[in-house]
Design a protein around this ligand. Structure first.
Ligand SMILES: Cc1ncc(COP(=O)(O)O)c(C=O)c1O
Length: 383
């Protein structure tokens, strides 16, 4: 059976540039980047080249990039590295668990956390952030774009509020890097998390941008790697592949974003035309060019995912991290949906391999699957 991948917010396939660079590095770069001999210096040079490429994608100086094991670690490093007992943190209800769970732990160790609500489109009002600020606020952590809905937050406006109040601004940019133009320096961000596997590079590597004057307590303790901000021998081949993918997004990002938004609009038009009682979650907000979150009245999102998988299409219900769990998405609940509405939602996330033909085929298969599921669903009363 022909299979199509529409779950790029969960993870992405490797780009050829990243794969080639990865394979070449695995077979030929085996030095430890901290060693002073030829092999070590060769690895170091390649590592620094990769750092420059990742930095360029974010509009940051290379020395402000700390390689981590991924987006989760970057978020943990930002939160635990900047916040301690007695400090106050402001975040939002639709953050990824890689922010919300560290915030819960920060509470346990004596920090105070305010979780600001979002509106019906999933957007946080900067005014609400401003009202949550206190003299003890050390950090504001708001995601750039949501992994489930693609909704983009007004992070620059929020960064200006944080700065005015003397707090640091952390942005979880895992879903945004590449898919939105980012310039951390001009946007006024202090900390920015990225993950390679969302950018067609390997899993197990990511980075945290740390503005040069930000004092960050390392969480991984050991040697003096990454300028004392993250100990542990660097994964040089993965960093090289990350750099290659970042380079591709630098060169082709604008064109790819335009292509993806064309595909997304086509998909949206086809789906809303072919399927009755369907809503686009977050429709009133600015959204990533690649993400569509659909609410399909009267059926379970999980059932739609399975029915689509049987037809050869990989989509998702909620975020990958919570799939398998029966709880409705905390993101959709925070947008004011009922548990039933949240459970009836699915996410389609486009990526570099998707074409117009695939999008048309997806819309047809989805219309078929929804029609079938609704016919057998007692919860759907419109047939
Ligand atoms: C918004 C967001 N933050 C953080 C993460 C975690 O990144 P990683 O999978 O690299 O640990 C994800 C992954 O889905 C994400 O979507």
């Amino acid at each position: 059976m022909q299979r199509y991948y529409f779950d790029h917010n969960a993870t992405t396939p490797l780009r050829e540039e990243a794969l080639t660079a990865f394979q070449a590095a695995l077979s030929s770069i085996h030095g430890n980047a901290s060693s002073i001999h030829h092999y070590g210096q060769e690895a170091k040079q390649k590592l620094e080249g990769a750092r420059r490429q990742v930095a360029q994608l974010l509009g940051a100086p290379a020395k402000d990039i700390v390689f981590t094991s991924g987006g989760t670690e970057a978020n943990n490093l930002a939160l635990f590295g900047a916040v301690g007992a007695g400090d106050h943190v402001v975040t939002t209800a639709t953050e990824h668990p890689a922010v919300l769970n560290p915030c819960a732990r920060l509470r346990e160790i004596g920090a105070d956390v305010t979780v600001v609500e979002v509106d019906g489109n999933g957007v946080v009002d900067p005014e609400r952030i401003a009202r949550a600020m206190r003299p003890a606020t050390k950090l504001v952590s708001v995601m750039h774009a949501n992994n489930e809905t693609g909704v983009v937050q007004p992070v620059e406006e929020i960064a200006a509020i944080a700065r005015k109040c003397g707090a640091l601004m952390h942005v979880d940019g895992v879903q945004a890097a590449g898919k939105l133009p980012v310039c951390v320096a001009s946007a006024g961000f202090d900390l920015y998390s990225v993950s390679a596997h969302k950018l067609n590079a390997p899993k197990g590597i990511g980075a945290l941008y740390v503005r040069k004057d930000v004092k960050l307590r390392a969480q991984m303790l050991g040697g003096h790697h990454e300028r004392d901000r993250r100990a542990g021998t660097e994964n040089v081949p993965a960093a090289i592949a990350f750099g290659a993918a970042a380079g591709w997004w630098m060169g082709h990002g604008a064109e790819e974003r335009a292509r993806l938004s064309g595909l997304r609009d086509r998909l949206t038009a086809a789906v809303t035309q072919a399927i009755p009682d369907v809503r686009i979650n977050g429709a009133g907000a600015q959204r990533l060019a690649n993400t569509v979150n659909l609410q399909l009245d009267g059926i379970e999102g999980e059932a739609v995912v399975i029915a689509m998988d049987l037809r050869g299409f990989a989509i998702s219900s909620g975020s990958a991290c919570s799939s398998g769990a029966v709880e409705p998405s905390h993101v959709l609940l925070a947008m004011g949906m009922s548990a039933e509405q949240a459970r009836s939602s699915v996410r389609i996330s486009l990526g570099v391999g998707n074409t117009e033909e695939q999008v048309e085929a997806l819309a047809r298969a989805l219309a078929e699957a929804v029609k079938h599921l609704r016919r057998i669903s007692p919860a759907y009363a419109h047939v």
